[in-house]
Design a protein around this ligand. Structure first.
Ligand code: SF4
Length: 69
């Protein structure tokens, strides 16, 4: 599973970092760092983070990270 976060849309609410801290981490006040290739044991958390993001900035899919490889 791969993810892409639209960092233009992301407002740094950190909901994702709260739900899936091993995949999303906040760097300073607003900069989000994330792991595009989601480990198998984190997939459920990432789906919850996707649902929790107030601005729908997280995109999940097998192809989501294809362009970034
Ligand atoms: S929950 Fe959404 S807006 Fe908040 S830091 Fe994560 S991606 Fe950005």
């Amino acid at each position: 599973m791969n993810i892409v976060v639209d960092l233009n849309r992301c407002q740094g609410y950190a909901q994702c970092a709260f739900v899936a801290p091993r995949v999303f981490t906040m760097h300073g006040e607003e900069a989000l760092l994330y792991t595009p290739a989601v480990p198998d044991d984190q997939q459920e958390r990432v789906l919850r983070a996707e649902a929790a993001c107030p601005v729908q900035a997280i995109f999940v899919g097998e192809e989501a990270g294809a362009g970034a490889r």
